[in-house]
Design a protein around this ligand. Structure first.
Ligand SMILES: NC(=O)c1ccc[n+]([C@@H]2O[C@H](COP(=O)([O-])OP(=O)(O)OC[C@H]3O[C@@H](n4cnc5c(N)ncnc54)[C@H](O)[C@@H]3O)[C@@H](O)[C@H]2O)c1
Length: 367
């Protein structure tokens, strides 16, 4: 199989888990590979993905081989694949824009971003690197609230002719104007805001769907999340949070038969607890009414390592992006976006989305 050539923006915890996974599954056989939703997609295995370019702005990552930068601070996710040979791909300095929130400067270096003194790249520089390295897919892992930076790199993808996978909640793939531009150029896109394999969103959606299917009226719910990685530190700045809250809340609202009143649904990142590192805790409560208007409730506590959990979805999104490139499909991919993203252009329940993805992989569905 030829390789899937990927460029990554933001070599944080999510990129670390993804890259570790590409190497981790290399020597595995399908029957012993734990943690994948698909071993092969269109003939592509996880190890057929190759990172050919990488961009960051952190002094401890820029200039390093990407296979070393993934372990550099402030990354703190579990190391499940410690021995990776250097790939020869250096992390390039990107363009900071609004990627680093002002409050990040108030925290110790080992917990926060440290901006490199290297000069920032222009759009032309980045497009050239993408073209010179033959990158086919650009993966966006910027911090929440990087509205300008996310759009800047999406412009780079458009100019370089790269497919765009948007793993964070700046609404680009789900924005009709942006998706029309990608469709016009015949470039596929998948987004926005990656879901986890089994995380707070899919658990909450599944339970909400269960309430609906079993005729139980969901009256009030909350989902409070805490974590100790830079994603949670960044999200302490409430002004950066609007799109994350919208993305997470709509993911649940969209599977309810009847929308809940905004006052009765509260979902979002709730606090930063440094010692939790990349372990995310979700505290979920759902209050409903069953037969005869009789009240019931569910309390659930979920504990997951955040970044490998997202990589389990991205590893499929990348391979579906490659299939779309081979098939000449431009614009957003409905099925894999609905399956792997919290805020896709079109929402479906997860059991419908998984069928749509399998149809897409088998070539029975265009997108
Ligand atoms: N972990 C999950 O399960 C999960 C789920 C859904 C969405 N996400 C989203 O994915 C994104 C990445 O998450 P993460 O945990 O890897 O975050 P992270 O904080 O570990 O990594 C972000 C990286 O981006 C770099 N960066 C900042 N500004 C930049 C710029 N202008 N150009 C290039 N690089 C820049 C930082 O130096 C850092 O290396 C976040 O927006 C997060 O909300 C994560």
């Amino acid at each position: 199989m030829e390789k899937i050539r990927v460029a990554i923006i933001g070599i944080g915890n999510c990129a670390s888990s993804l890259i570790q996974g590409i190497y981790y599954y290399k020597d595995k056989k399908p029957e012993e590979a734990i943690g994948l939703m698909h071993w092969e997609i269109g003939g592509y295995k996880p190890s057929d993905i190759e990172v050919v370019a990488a961009f960051d702005i952190d002094a401890r990552k820029v200039g390093m081989d990407v296979t070393e930068a993934i372990y550099a601070p402030p990354n703190c996710t579990t190391v499940f694949c410690p021995d990776i040979n250097p790939s020869g791909v250096k992390v390039e300095m990107g363009c900071v824009l609004d990627g680093v929130a002002p409050h990040m400067a108030e925290y110790p270096d080992n917990h926060t971003f440290v901006i490199s003194k290297e000069s920032e790249k222009s759009k032309e520089d980045i497009v050239k690197i993408l073209q010179d390295t033959g990158a086919e897919i650009l993966l966006n892992y910027l911090p929440v609230g990087s509205e300008k930076a996310a759009r800047f790199y999406a412009e780079c993808a458009l100019d370089a002719g790269c497919a765009y996978i948007n793993c964070m909640p700046v609404f680009i793939v789900s924005d009709p104007e942006w998706s029309a531009r990608f469709e016009e150029k015949g470039i596929p896109m998948i987004g926005d805001d990656i879901k986890a394999q089994i995380g707070a969103t899919i658990t909450h959606r599944t339970l909400a769907n269960l309430f609906r299917e079993r005729g139980v009226k969901l009256e009030r719910t909350y989902q409070l999340n805490t974590g100790g990685n830079t994603d949670f530190l960044n999200m302490l700045n409430r002004s950066r949070l609007d799109s994350k809250k919208e993305s997470k809340t709509e993911a649940v609202q969209s599977v309810l038969g009847e929308r809940m009143d905004d006052d009765n649904i509260h979902i979002g990142p709730s606090d930063y607890v440094p010692w939790q590192k990349d372990n995310k805790l979700c505290f979920l409560r759902m209050e409903g009414k069953t037969f005869g208007d009789v009240p019931m409730n569910i309390e659930l506590r979920l504990s997951v390592e955040d970044s490998p959990n997202s990589a389990g979805c991205v590893i499929d999104a990348i391979r579906c992006g490659k299939l779309a490139l081979e098939r000449g499909i431009g614009g957003y991919l409905t099925s894999i976006s609905a399956y792997t993203m919290k805020h896709p252009p079109e929402q479906f329940t997860d059991d419908v989305a998984v069928e749509m993805v399998d149809e897409f992989i088998d070539g029975e569905r265009e997108r």
